[in-house]
Design a protein around this ligand. Sequence first.
Ligand SMILES: [Zn+2]
Length: 80
Amino acid sequence: MINTCKHCRMQYYDLKPGYCCPFCKDIDKMRYEQIRAYLKHYPHSNAIQVAEALDISTYTVLKYVDEGNLDFGRGEFERL
Ligand SMILES: [Zn+2]
């Protein structure tokens, strides 16, 4: 299936749904760690706050949420 990379927005082929192309794996991991660390300090942040604090796009943050890897706290995360 065709997936779109959340970092470079390149379309790439994979057998399963995904959000990151093979070229951005390192960035993906780094960003994930940054977002997770930020949420540890500020658990009730929304996507815009996280994006601004880490200087990444809100789109990217929301894609991480779609992946289900981030814990924004139950019901506290505002989907913008
Ligand atoms: Zn990419």
